[in-house]
Design a protein around this ligand. Sequence first.
Ligand SMILES: NC(=O)c1ccc[n+]([C@@H]2O[C@H](COP(=O)([O-])OP(=O)(O)OC[C@H]3O[C@@H](n4cnc5c(N)ncnc54)[C@H](OP(=O)(O)O)[C@@H]3O)[C@@H](O)[C@H]2O)c1
Length: 297
Amino acid sequence: MKILVTGAKGQVGTDVVLEAKSRGHEVFGFASSELDITDKSSVDSVLVSIKPDVVINAAAYTAVDKAETEQEKAYAVNEAGVKNLADACKEQDVPLLHISTDYVFDGEKKEPYVETDAPNPTSVYGASKLAGEVALQNTWCKHIILRVSWVFGEHGNNFVKTMLRLAEDRDEIAVVNDQFGAPTPAKAIAQCLLDIAEKDHFGEGDFPWGLYHYQSDPGVTWYEFAQEIFRQAIELGVMDKEVVVKPINSDQFPTPVSRPLNSKLGSLKSNERLNNALLEWKSIYLKDYLVSINAGC
Ligand SMILES: NC(=O)c1ccc[n+]([C@@H]2O[C@H](COP(=O)([O-])OP(=O)(O)OC[C@H]3O[C@@H](n4cnc5c(N)ncnc54)[C@H](OP(=O)(O)O)[C@@H]3O)[C@@H](O)[C@H]2O)c1
């Protein structure tokens, strides 16, 4: 299959490209410097010249706090950029697989968010991502929107790397314990997107186009996630000292944008449709990730 990947140098985009190549696909990965999705004519001409079988959009404006003061930029990428891709894909009759976020929700719900829950973003980033979903839904029917949360990958900045870096010169780290969600490996997201693209009946009765939540388990707070990172890091020899993790509340760690208290995604359809077991992030993905860091990969 010919697969075009945008945002190919990002955390998820890098793993999408690696996963697609490892499955033997012909992959055209574009970094932001090679294809700016806000540039409509570039998007159109790349689609025309490559004629991919599927486009995977991993490009996004992801600076959650900065988006509050860079509203225009966030919407340009997360809404207008997605619309450009949707227009070009429609023109060429190419399915578009797009990634979205738990930040479309306000975090007030007590249970995991499912696909039928009403979005209510509380940040510019979340609102711009929701606007991108709507632009895609209104433009091109052959799409999949996969909402994911709390991503950690080998190729970008994320919570795992931050914790390990902080532990280098601290003996105690305070971590928020009142925000609940589920860490989701970038590698697993890449595998999921490729599984969807490879489905024989992709877009048909047994795997319809539309919106899916990519559920990861178990749900934890950031504090519990940090504890698990350090527990495994010591067990695997990635770290050789104990770090005290101190639970704090969000108001003790103020950020320009308040994070949703509940970011946990559940799904009414993805497990059934994707035929995958519940994604368990701890025992395989976090462990592999820490082992790869230890090996200097
Ligand atoms: N990270 C998370 O925890 C998380 C959680 C939920 C959902 N998501 C979603 O997952 C997807 C992937 O996120 P990620 O973690 O991989 O983010 P990332 O590491 O920031 O990657 C995003 C990529 O998009 C590129 N990009 C930005 N503007 C662009 C433009 N105008 N044209 C083309 N490319 C552009 C960036 O390039 P530059 O670096 O060169 O600007 C970067 O390589 C996004 O849709 C995000 O909203 C992420």
